[in-house]
Design a protein around this ligand. Structure first.
Ligand code: TYM
Length: 331
């Protein structure tokens, strides 16, 4: 089992990233060989401030380590330190089809009405994401629901390359999506996902929010006046309630059904304080570890450079074979 996944270093991590991806990355360290990276080459496809990007890469690496990613056991690095990623992405551009990229919903969302003014990088981004995982023969890619389409594209690219060039080069990666936390929604609107780009900070819980702010955000989260039901089916038409139950389940590492068993018949006057306490207790130690790590940026840089050297070595055989399959002589 080889696990590969990435995250964009675009400022604050929120509970959606934490429950949708990171807690699951942490667990997978016990199950297989893991590579985790900061997708800084993806971050430059939209407007970027160089100094901010540099700081965010370090900050996110520290957050991952504070959350339980062990840089000894896992290969932790930033993409830009491993040129094999953009190299393979270019090779795969010959295989990826424009029609496939045209179907990517994330490009449509991110480009919005300004499609013509978007960068070529934003459009081609899913090919780089395919390279990210195919380069390491990833078997499993833990992600939130919103990234599933990109991993399916990686499978299509891998299958077409293998068949076009008559090779068994690329492994088809499986997207791994968590049951309860696949899509953590905004605290203000159960119909939109929790996101760094939401203009309201009250819509998300950031991993660096202090105890009081977490309590306040949960207290103000949108809900309905009904008590919690005893089955998940009955939450179907109550997206805000379902979201809070999902967050509780994710934080407590329990099934949403088990959470409902405990709180059935109780209103949000009881459930919200319990959720707030759980969130505060879970995030406080992460914040404390993060502060310690922040005081030594040189150590973070050293860890990332070492991770990149390990990743480069793991990527080399696949990159070499891809050049050969295409008939390219490499320097
Ligand atoms: P990114 O940086 O937007 O998000 C990182 C991870 O967090 C998950 N996630 C969520 N899960 C549940 N609920 C939410 N509200 C929520 N918001 C974010 C995402 O699904 C993701 O797993 N393109 C990727 C980064 C990437 C990557 C890769 C991932 C680059 N190359 C290769 C996997 C494999 C991205 O922008 O994720």
């Amino acid at each position: 089992m080889r696990v590969v996944s990435g995250i964009q270093p675009t400022g604050n991590l929120h509970l959606g990233n934490y429950l949708g991806a990171i807690t699951r990355w942490v667990k997978m360290q016990d199950e297989g060989e893991c590579l985790f990276f900061l997708a800084d080459l993806h971050a430059i496809t939209v407007h970027n401030e160089p100094a901010e990007l540099r700081a965010n890469v370090r900050e996110m690496a520290a957050v991952l380590i504070a959350s339980g990613i062990d840089p000894e056991r896992s290969v932790l690095f930033n993409q830009a330190r491993v040129p094999a990623h953009p190299e393979l992405a270019w090779l795969l551009n010959g295989t990826a089809r424009i029609g496939w990229l045209n179907r990517m919903t994330q490009f449509k969302e991110k480009s919005g009405k300004n499609r013509e003014g978007s960068s070529v990088g934003l459009y081609a981004y899913p090919v780089l994401q395919a390279a990210d995982v195919l380069l390491y023969q990833a078997t499993h890619v833990p992600i939130g629901e919103d990234q599933k389409q990109h991993i399916e594209l990686a499978r299509d690219i891998a299958a077409k390359f293998n068949s076009d060039f008559g090779v068994e080069l690329f492994t088809l990666p499986e997207p791994l999506i968590g049951a309860s936390a696949a899509r953590i929604m905004s605290l203000r609107d159960g119909a939109s996902k929790m996101s760094k780009s939401d203009p309201s900070d009250m819509s998300r819980i950031n991993l660096i929010d202090g105890d009081d702010l977490i309590v306040q955000k949960i207290r103000k989260a949108k809900t309905d006046p009904e008590p919690l039901p005893d089955s998940l089916d009955e939450l179907g038409a109550r997206p805000e309630a379902r979201n809070l139950v999902g967050i509780y389940a994710g934080l407590a590492e329990r099934e949403p059904a088990a959470v409902l068993q405990e709180f059935a018949g109780q209103g949000f006057g009881t459930f919200k304080p319990a959720l707030a306490e759980l969130a505060v207790e879970t995030l406080r130690p992460i914040r404390a570890r993060l502060e310690a790590l922040r005081s030594d940026p040189a150590e973070i840089d050293r860890l990332l450079a070492r991770g990149a050297a390990r990743a480069t070595a793991l990527a080399e055989p696949t990159l070499k074979a891809a050049y050969e399959a295409l008939g390219l002589s490499r320097g």
